[in-house]
Design a protein around this ligand. Structure first.
Ligand SMILES: [Mg+2]
Length: 384
């Protein structure tokens, strides 16, 4: 059965009096490499909402790329979305999502920034759902209809070189599935796949091309790369290549195709789902949709017999939100957890739940079950 949002009589009315973007930075020792660009520091954009009774909710906005994109999204929240969110009271966060989308529509076209606004709206939506669940006294996964708090996870973001210590640490920490970044040329890629495969034995291995191949390269590489017994190969080509190109890849023998972090909107996701080109669909709820759009989408993915595996690679709030969305949707897909050191993920809300035999159990507290430490927020706000 498709995952469904609770209706308004299951939710407290939301009368929001404050909406604040909270931009955090953290230096990192080892740059995080992808085939299209490198992160030399970490940025996380949070959203804090407060209602008339002083209850607070937290959300997170995609802010990895471009380098100063998070600053822009912070201004979009402050200048456009905060006034809309505080303009009336809401029966459900979904009503606020609809109002933000509708009232910013012309501006998104005028400034050519549908993606930036979609990311900012997603973060406000997550904060409103956190607040609603806190007011209702329930963890989000339960409020949203989930059957349990335990979800499969995988260690993601392994660089194509220098991954040995991280893999060893994550094996010791209880991870049983790993994803390595490729798309750096055959020699580097094949060495990375062989190296990680050797370290993890028969555990699950995935790889992420980050859109760096053309169709011809993807078709040439697919069978050979798949021989590493890959659970999926992710974003082999540009996400906007058109479904005919994706169909060609999906028809090749070998690993299933994964994508979704660079799709935007119900219509685009539904085209991909209906065309059956993806075995694994990976919406990033901090990039588009929040809970309001991603949970129903997850239901449609699972109903179509495809796997819903949330994409996420930033801070603790977005990670917990993605975990709650997966726990609510069910379906057995895995949550992406960045394996690289990042204090904005590892420290911001205190220790994240432990991993046991490849699974994480979400906190029992209401809402997301955790909130940022205010002293750490002040500290990370000063590192921009
Ligand atoms: Mg990816």
């Amino acid at each position: 059965m498709a995952a469904k949002l609770p209706n308004s009589n299951q939710l407290p009315e939301l009368n929001i009096v404050k909406v604040e973007p909270v931009l955090l930075h953290a230096p990192i020792d080892t740059p995080v490499m992808t085939s299209f660009g490198t992160l030399t520091k970490r940025a996380v954009l949070l959203v804090r909402v407060e209602d008339a009774e002083g209850a607070v909710g937290w959300g997170e906005v995609f802010g990895n790329f471009p380098m100063h994109g998070a600053e822009n999204r912070a201004h979009l929240i402050r200048d456009y979305l905060a006034p809309i969110t505080m303009s009336e009271s809401w029966d459900t966060p979904a009503a606020a999502f609809a109002a933000m989308t509708q009232q910013s529509h012309i501006m998104t076209i005028q400034c050519g920034e549908p993606g930036s606004f979609a990311q900012a709206i997603a973060g406000v939506d997550i904060a409103l759902w956190d607040l609603a669940a806190r007011r209702a006294g329930a963890p989000l996964w339960r409020l949203l209809g989930g059957e349990g708090a335990t979800i499969p996870v995988y260690a993601s973001g392994l660089n194509p070189r220098g991954f040995e210590d991280i893999v060893a640490g994550k094996l010791a920490a209880g991870y049983t599935a790993f994803k390595v970044k490729i798309g750096f040329g055959r020699e580097t890629d094949l060495a990375a796949l062989a190296g990680v495969r050797q370290l993890i034995g028969e555990r699950r291995l995935m790889s992420d091309v980050n859109q760096s191949w053309d169709l011809e390269t993807a078709c040439a590489n697919w069978p050979e790369y798949s021989e590493f017994d890959l659970s999926w190969i992710e974003e082999p080509i540009a996400a906007d290549q058109g479904l005919d190109s994706w169909r060609r890849i999906a028809a090749l023998p070998g690993a299933p195709v994964a994508a979704g972090e660079n799709l935007l909107g119900d219509a685009q996701f539904d085209d991909y789902i209906a065309s059956k080109v993806l075995g694994v669909v990976q919406p990033d709820m901090c990039k588009w949709g929040g809970f309001t759009k991603t949970l129903p989408l997850a239901g449609r993915i699972i109903d179509a017999g495809q796997s819903y595996c949330p994409h996420f690679l930033a801070g603790a709030i977005g990670l917990l939100a993605s975990g709650h969305c997966l726990a609510a949707a069910g379906g057995g897909g895995m949550l992406e957890i960045d394996a690289n050191p990042n204090p904005l993920r590892e420290q911001l809300t205190g220790a994240l739940p432990a991993i046991n035999d490849g699974r994480m159990t979400l906190p029992e507290g209401p809402g997301l079950g955790a909130a940022p430490d205010l002293d750490l927020i002040r500290d990370f706000q000063s590192k921009g």
